[in-house]
Design a protein around this ligand. Structure first.
Ligand code: PMM
Length: 305
């Protein structure tokens, strides 16, 4: 199948002046980050609606935990968990993303109104995913991944983590393109915490502009992850628990936004909405400063004084 010409992400997945914020709706009993607090469909929908009010641009609904060591959920159970929540949130006008590695779940979610498929395996976990993405034309997050949660820690060796992640993402893009997915559908994600030892996450953040320079929207999912727990460890070395990692998450949202991220995926929406707004205003002022300098140059005859 030949790839179609480039087309940008849908308008509702773009903001002119700032990075987007994706709120996490985990419909799972065992997520590392929120421990199943929103497990029933009603609780998950209510939580999603709250995040919309708090300023989330996209809601990411997932029914399978990806925490290290987690076991897989049968597909029927994943469908039962996510579909009612996706449908209800889409009907309320939300831009909904489905967090799944399964083609069958992705296809059903798009039918119920999802506008983005967030696949932490970048198409590697299910050979049919590329066909679903190509056929539906849905926007698609290609995350860097080296194996399911039960084995990913065995695949965490890198020469240069940033170069290796970029190269493996380029391989995924080529495979998706060959299956008929077009480049304009794609979002890239470095996959923080997925087959990444703690220290490997920092270069992926610090060198984010290299990934951004590959020319695709970039999603950053640092929220409440283990490497932040280690950063914030107490004096006895005990990692900070997930719910104590939100301030650090917001700091990363600001820095990721300032470094060109398209979107940040977070559990605590209000702080990251403020963070990306700060980054947006900061960058706009840098632009307006340039304009001021040009105006000033015109007035002073080019001395700028
Ligand atoms: N992290 C998690 C789940 N889904 N999706 C993308 N695109 N990027 C991520 O970093 C990511 C993800 C794991 O976190 P959770 O259990 O809190 O949802």
């Amino acid at each position: 199948m030949t790839p179609r010409g480039p087309a940008p992400l849908p308008d509702r997945l773009r903001a002119a002046d700032r990075t987007l914020v994706m709120g996490v709706v985990n419909v799972t009993p065992d997520s590392f980050s929120d421990g199943g607090r929103w497990y029933t469909p009603n609780a998950a929908v209510a939580h999603g609606l709250t995040m919309l009010e708090q300023g989330a641009d996209v809601l990411d609904v997932g029914g399978e935990s990806t925490r290290p060591g987690a076991r897989r959920v049968p597909v029927e159970e994943e469908l039962e968990r996510v579909l009612p929540v996706i449908e209800a949130l889409a009907q309320r006008g939300a831009a909904v993303s489905v967090d799944t590695t399964r083609a069958q779940v992705a296809a059903a979610a798009v039918e119920r109104g999802a506008v983005l498929v967030n696949d932490v395996s970048g198409g590697l976990a299910d050979d049919d995913m590329a066909e679903v993405v190509a056929r539906t034309g849905v926007a698609y997050v290609v995350m860097h991944w080296r194996g399911h949660a039960d084995v990913m820690d065995d695949h965490a060796q890198y020469d240069d983590v940033v170069a290796d992640v970029r190269r493996e993402l380029a391989d995924r893009r080529a495979a998706l393109r060959a299956a008929g997915v077009h480049d304009g559908q794609l979002v890239l994600d470095p996959g923080l915490g997925f087959a990444k030892p703690g220290a490997a996450n920092w270069p992926l953040l610090a060198r984010l502009p290299e990934l951004v320079a590959d020319g695709y929207p970039v999603l950053v999912g640092a929220s409440r992850k283990r490497f932040l727990g280690h950063l914030l460890a107490g004096s006895d070395g005990t990692p900070a628990p997930p719910l104590a990692r939100d301030h650090a998450t917001a700091a990363i949202s600001a820095l990721a936004a300032a470094n060109g991220a398209w979107c940040v995926r977070v559990h605590d929406v209000p702080a990251s909405v403020d963070a990306v707004r700060v980054a947006g205003a900061w960058q706009a002022a840098q632009g307006s400063d340039d304009e001021l300098a040009v105006d000033e140059d015109a007035r002073t005859g080019g001395t700028g004084r």
